[in-house]
Write a protein that binds this ligand. Structure first.
Ligand code: ADP
Ligand code: ADP
Length: 228
C-alpha cells in the first residue's frame, strides 16, 4: 500500500508541480495516473522512490514513511521503468537484467534462472537475446528488457513513466498485453503514468486524473466512463 498524505512539491524556481495530493494505492493494484503534459504526473511518481524530495506532506509505503527507509532498501523494492530506454549499452541483456539481483547478492544460479524466466515471459528467447547488447535489439525489444529488468529482483512495487509512448502502435499493444499478464501473474502493485486515455482504460484497475498539480478524480474505468 502506498499512501500520499497532503503531499505538495514546489520546485526551486517556484513552480507548484503538485499540490495537496491525497492518494491511497492498494496492494496488487494497477494504478494509472493520467493527465495532460505538465499536470504533475512524473513529479508524483518520482516522489515515491525519493528521486524528488517532497516539499510538504508524507508518503507512506506499507505504513512506513518513505523518509524512514534506507534508500537502498526502498529503491530495490521499487522497480522503475522510464519512457526513454535506459539500458546499459556496454552490458549484455542478461547483465542488464542482473544488475539489481547482483546488488542484492543473489547467488549466480538463481540470477541466471531468473533472467531466463523473465525473458521467456515477454517472448525474448534467451538463447538468442541473452548475450546480445541493447544496440542489437529493436526499440520494442529494448523496452521489453526495460520492463523485465525492473522486475528482476522481485520488487513489491513497479513505477512506470510512459514506458510505451515512443513505440509504434503494434509493439505498444503487444507490450501492454505483456505488462498486464506480468502484473496479473505475479500480483505487483503498479503505478503507471500516461497521457493516453485509451491506455489508461485498458490497463488500469483504477485511474487517477491529474490536472494542474491536483487530483481531479480517482475511480475504476467504469466509474470514469460513467461520471466524466
Ligand atoms: P534544484 O532543486 O536542485 O535547484 P531543480 O529541481 O530546479 O533543481 O531542477 C532540476 C533539473 O530539472 C535541472 O536540471 C533543471 O534544468 C531541470 N528543470 C528545470 N526546470 C524544469 C522544468 N520546468 N521542467 C523540466 N525540467 C526542469
Ligand atoms: P507531467 O509528468 O504531468 O508532464 P511534471 O510532473 O513533469 O508533469 O511537471 C509538473 C510541473 O512542474 C510542470 O509545470 C513542469 O514544468 C514543472 N517541473 C518539472 N520538473 C521541474 C523542475 N525540475 N524544476 C522546475 N519545474 C519543474
Amino acid at each position: 500500500m502506498i499512501t500520499f498524505q497532503n503531499v505538495s512539491k514546489t520546485y526551486a524556481d517556484g513552480t507548484h508541480a503538485v499540490e495537496n495530493i491525497e492518494l491511497s494505492i492498494k496492494e496488487g493494484e494497477f494504478f494509472v495516473i493520467i493527465g495532460p503534459s505538465g499536470s504533475g504526473k512524473t513529479t508524483t511518481l518520482k516522489m515515491i522512490n525519493r528521486l524528488i524530495p517532497l516539499t510538504e506532506g508524507t508518503i507512506y509505503i506499507q505504513g512506513k514513511r518513505i523518509s524512514d527507509y534506507d534508500i537502498h532498501e526502498l529503491r530495490w523494492n521499487i522497480g522503475y521503468v522510464l519512457q526513454q530506454i535506459a539500458l546499459f549499452p556496454h552490458m549484455t541483456i542478461g547483465e542488464n537484467i542482473a544488475v539489481v539481483p547482483e546488488l542484492k547478492k543473489w547467488d549466480e544460479d538463481k540470477i541466471s534462472q531468473r533472467i531466463e524466466e523473465l525473458m521467456q515471459m515477454v517472448g525474448l528467447d534467451p538463447a538468442i537475446y541473452r548475450n546480445r547488447k541493447p544496440g542489437e535489439l529493436s526499440g520494442g525489444e529494448q523496452q521489453r528488457v526495460g520492463v523485465i529488468r525492473a522486475l528482476a529482483a522481485d520488487p513489491d512495487f513497479i513505477l512506470m513513466d510512459e514506458p510505451f509512448s515512443a513505440l509504434d502502435p503494434i509493439t505498444r499493444e503487444k507490450l501492454q498485453d505483456d505488462i498486464l499478464n506480468v502484473q496479473q501473474n505475479i500480483k505487483k502493485t503498479v503505478v503507471f503514468v500516461t497521457h493516453d486515455m485509451q491506455e489508461a482504460l485498458q490497463l488500469g484497475d483504477r485511474i487517477c486524473v491529474m490536472r494542474d498539480g491536483k487530483v481531479e478524480q480517482v475511480g475504476s474505468p467504469d466509474e470514469l466512463l460513467h461520471n466524466p
